[in-house]
Design a binder for this molecule. Sequence first.
Ligand SMILES: [Zn+2]
Length: 313
Amino acid sequence: MKCPLCHNPFTSIVSTYKELSIDGSYIYGDIQVYRCHNCHHVFNYITKSDIAGLKKYYKEEYSSQKFNPTPIKNDYFNFNTTKKQIMVVNQNKINNFVDKLFFLNEKNNCNTKYNFIALDHTIEHCWNLDSVMQNLKTMIYPDGRVYVSVPDYEEYMYRYNPYLMLIKEHLHHFTGATIQYLFGWNGFRLLRHRKYNLSILNGKEMIPSIEFIFECSDIRINISPSKYESVYLYGAGREAMHYLANNYHVITGLIDDTPGKIDRTISTIPIYSSRVIPKLNSNSLIIVSSLYHQAEIFENIKKLKFKGDVKCM
Ligand SMILES: [Zn+2]
């Protein structure tokens, strides 16, 4: 089972929840939860026929009447922009929600551009994260913002009743880290995030949740490392070691200016100083493999006039 977030093939099953469904249901009964070895994303096993059945599932078996949408704060809209094109996806009206869900998951060439898109408890329902992210990138203005809220896996898995939160149409179990990974990987910059409780069933139950505001940045999206002549990891620390151990595409070299690391190797892959950067051609990719020094690394790459593409880990 490939990771739906980072496409890594190394994933393992974490647990199976024995469940039943309505007889003749359009989607799976037992919930099989997987975790990716690379990005640690947690997700349900879902087949093509489950995906094909989702529309009918939402129409005939789904109930969300007791769900109150997250009140999205006014100040989220008040950023520096002249036009205000806003799209809000929430479960206020279920038919509307399902239409927008399918719109986001199918590749579309949407001509309308938005300054603000809110995905309120939506992205955990998505079965094609690649299409969703690609659509978001084409639908949002360059300085636009995306609001995202999701149930908080780290909280709901350890509550007294996790099975109540393992809702079959929640295909992903996001944490703060995996949402940041998904959006960061696709060229969005995190502005802020916070944990909150979403009240459901008229206050009888709370869904522990997290919300985020991202700003669209100019980083290129959907860069597949296999398309490049050479791929470098910038940062030869723990992140790179983890990346190398859990990814399968070829890495040409590592870049790190720590004197003790230059000219050494990790798994036979050579470590170069950043002086190698001006020599790299436009068909090279640098993956920034440092969580804590991203800003300095980006600055250095720019300063050294790198001609290729850059992406974050
Ligand atoms: Zn992954």
